[in-house]
Design a protein around this ligand. Structure first.
Ligand code: BGC
Length: 354
């Protein structure tokens, strides 16, 4: 009987060993890619580009989307650890909610690269790859200055300001870059914010939701613009711009005597490029996700080969525990004048997409 039990037990152990139960699985080339949501076009592109480029370079890829749910993202990362990922790339939902799971990753010696959004409050993030977030805001602010000819003293113009999701570190950089550029014109009265709302606690839109931006814009128009028109809206990204335009249309903007205000955005989502062509949105920041994906693949390959991982900024991104070595790609803006060259000629979109 004892012998039989022993045989059975060793059999079970053997099966567990082969199935990899209780220890990390996977070969030496597994990379996990955790993306926040499929609901925004850009993340679908980011994920698809990363997967294609990593596979081209010979890696096995686990790509997951978390429907903007933090718990889902945490369990997806846990799963990547169990499946033996050597590197995990994370575009976080809440940049401050991953400390626990990244401690588990660190125990397995897994390198973690924060993708587009900084991961905060943990030492277990090795690198950060993104577009220069402050510069995104600066370009939006400078676009407004140029569009309204503020340097020549034009104005006053009525403006309102929107902020991104409060749990996204990027949102503060976008806002900082834009407001630093616009501040002189707010201070001297060329730009008038009738609601008086400029603090992130007043202007941030949870989860970057278009509906949230639409609701806030409805309120702003009702409370402050019953007897005057709004001339300019600073929107940090495209999903918010969509909500803002829906609200403006409902309030009668878009005619010869009530034109759409100057409106910024970011991502060059197809919907928003169409809005630019229709005269509803003025510009959108173009962050070529192919460039970012290429850069991250280069960083992963360097790490896997024990070579120095290329970074170009070692001072800006303090995550609360350490300054995360970063690689910042350069954003540019697209509008009706240059979108063909930037978006079509470069093969990012085809004419028929638009
Ligand atoms: C990204 C933007 C994006 C926003 C909403 C930010 O972290 O940098 O490109 O529009 O999230 O998804």
């Amino acid at each position: 009987m004892k012998k039989l039990t022993a045989i059975l037990l060793s059999g079970v152990l053997l099966v567990m060993l082969f199935a990899g139960v209780g220890c990390a699985q996977g070969g030496d080339n597994v990379v996990g890619v955790a993306m926040p949501t499929k609901s925004l076009q850009r993340w679908n592109q980011d994920g698809a580009n990363m997967k294609a480029k990593l596979e081209e370079a010979g890696y096995e890829v686990i790509l997951e989307y978390a429907e903007n749910k933090v718990e889902t993202q945490v369990s997806q990362i846990e799963n990547m650890i169990t499946r033996g990922a050597k590197v995990i790339v994370v575009a976080s939902i809440d940049g401050s909610a991953l400390s626990g799971v990244l401690e588990d990753a660190a125990k397995e010696d897994i390198a973690v690269i924060a993708y587009d959004r900084l991961i905060r409050d943990t030492e277990n993030v090795d690198y950060y790859a993104t577009f220069d977030n402050y510069m995104v805001g600066t370009i939006q602010g400078e676009y407004i200055i140029e569009a309204l000819d503020l340097e020549s003293g034009a104005g006053p113009f009525n403006m309102e300001v929107f902020g991104g999701s409060p749990d996204d570190n990027n949102a503060y950089y976008f806002n900082g870059g834009a407001m630093d550029a616009l501040k002189p014109y707010i201070d001297n009265g060329q730009l008038v914010i009738n609601s008086g709302q400029t603090d992130m606690s007043q202007i941030a839109i949870e989860g970057w939701k278009a509906e949230g931006a639409q609701a806030r814009m409805d309120n702003l128009l009702t409370a402050n613009y019953a007897d005057k028109d709004i001339d300019v809206v600073l929107s940090p990204n495209d999903s918010l711009a969509q909500g803002i335009v829906a609200s403006l249309k409902a309030a009668g903007y878009g005619s010869a005597d009530k034109p759409f205000p100057v409106l910024t955005g970011q991502d060059c989502d197809i919907t928003n490029v169409k809005m630019m062509l229709a005269g509803e949105q003025s510009m959108s920041i173009f962050k070529d996700t192919r460039t970012l994906a290429d850069q991250v693949v280069t960083m992963i390959t360097a790490h896997m080969n024990d070579e120095e991982v290329p970074v170009n900024d070692t001072s800006t991104y303090d995550n609360g525990v350490k300054v995360v070595p970063s690689y910042l790609c350069e954003p540019v803006f697209a509008d009706v004048n240059n979108y063909k060259e930037l978006l079509i000629d470069s093969g990012y979109y085809s004419e028929s997409d638009l």
